[in-house]
Design a protein around this ligand. Structure first.
Ligand code: GLA
Length: 394
């Protein structure tokens, strides 16, 4: 999604009534946030652990029920309108943003839900293509508002899962559950520890006087992301197959593999597969250790684990890029940065850094200058606290 300016509810309604006739039926203002993953990368589709948080950047929607079965959507940031009947719609390759909405509608239909028509207007400020999950926010926000306006009573978890299925099956991106889950179930001042095998989650407080998370956008769009992402998923599947042949137990996913099992078969394994599994097994361990560190307010430990995570993603999983590696290196030159890693799928997008609040402007100045000198790119910087997942604001 394109990153625009976030409008407050009053302004959004004003825009809304410019485009739609007020029906007098149920209406509302809704919002859904983007996310940044603090640690646990490429583990969700391996049934592992992730520790993301929802961020302050978000998409805001104004919507009302109609008397027919037409869905009208107006994207304020693209200045584009799109309409379809809930009973007749198909993938639109020319207006990609519409597919996230139709994908969600399609999932409601598959669940046998009788959807009423709605008018929607939305606007957001999550930078597009930066790996901060603007797509998940659009799906989750749509799922939330359709559920509320139609009074379906679908649980928050199920809203997250149906949003993921919309992306997997309608949009055609085989993402894991992390982004949609935290965009729906995240909480202000908390990180969300999710077990992607059981779908159990725990909200872990993050409140520090001293530290804050800084997101740095490399401004390199995630070019290879889809093909390389799918390739990593295939490699993980191949590794699962390998262990099923070797081990005396049923291996459903890499979650089931221990360090000692991995070590035992190192010599027999394809070298690339070995490194991929090493990343997943060690990353799961780091997520659990990070959650423990957070509970003890041991931010230095969390920072160390973030640094290790980056190394593993760069060397073993090979999903970083030279710009992301450079941003991490520059961050480490700053003594007030205690952890730095790429975040999200990789191949461009952002890094996430744990930094001392008081030194934030100095850190930004230094990294901005050096990054520009070395790449000619102008990085963007966001300091963010964690936010609550999708909600109705009025
Ligand atoms: C993307 C996907 C997530 C997850 C990350 C990598 O953001 O949407 O499901 O797999 O990549 O951790």
């Amino acid at each position: 999604m394109k990153g625009g300016v976030n409008l407050d509810s009053g302004k959004l309604w004003k825009k809304f009534i410019k485009h739609y006739k007020v029906t007098g039926f149920k209406k509302g203002i809704y919002q859904a946030p983007g996310r940044v993953n603090i640690i646990g990368e490429h583990t969700d589709y391996n049934n592992g652990f992730v520790l993301p948080m929802a961020i302050e950047k978000k998409i805001t929607f104004a919507a009302q029920i109609r008397s027919d079965n037409i869905i009208n959507v107006y994207s304020q940031d693209y200045d584009e309108k799109f309409s379809f009947s809930v009973n007749n719609f198909k993938f639109n390759k020319d207006k990609m943003w519409t597919n996230y909405i139709m994908g969600v509608v399609s999932e409601f239909k598959k669940m046998g839900k009788n959807l009423k028509g709605v008018d929607i207007l939305f606007s957001g400020n999550i930078p597009q293509g930066a790996g901060l999950s603007s797509s998940a926010a659009l799906e989750v926000g749509t799922a939330y508002l359709l559920n509320d306006l139609n009074e379906f009573n679908i649980s928050p978890k199920e809203q997250a899962f149906l949003s993921q299925r919309a992306e997997n099956d309608f949009v055609g991106v085989k993402c894991g559950i992390m982004d949609q889950f935290v965009s729906r179930l995240g909480r202000k001042n908390h990180l969300l520890l999710l077990d992607c095998k059981t779908n159990e989650y725990e909200l872990i407080p993050f409140m520090s006087e001293k530290y804050i998370f800084m997101i740095i956008d490399s401004k390199v769009e995630r070019g290879l992301v889809d093909s390389e992402y799918n390739k990593r998923r295939e490699e993980c599947k191949a590794a699962v197959k390998f262990f099923n042949k070797k081990l005396d137990k049923k291996v459903e996913s890499l979650r089931a593999i221990s360090f000692s099992e991995l070590k035992k078969f190192k010599k027999e394994m394809d070298k690339t597969l070995y490194r991929r599994v090493k990343h997943v097994v060690s990353e799961n361990y780091r997520v659990i250790k990070s959650a423990e560190a957070l509970k003890e307010n041991n931010f230095k430990k969390l920072g160390e684990l973030m640094n290790q995570s980056h190394k593993s993603l760069s060397k073993d999983y090979e999903v970083s890029s030279k710009e992301l590696d450079l941003l991490v290196k520059l961050a480490k030159n700053e003594s007030e940065v205690i952890g730095a890693r790429m975040t999200g799928a990789g191949f461009g997008g952002c890094t996430v850094n744990l930094v001392e609040k008081n030194a934030a402007s100095k850190i930004i100045e230094n990294i901005k200058t050096e990054y520009k000198a070395k790449t000619s790119l102008k990085a963007d910087f966001y300091l963010t606290r964690s936010e609550t997942g999708a909600k109705k604001s009025c």
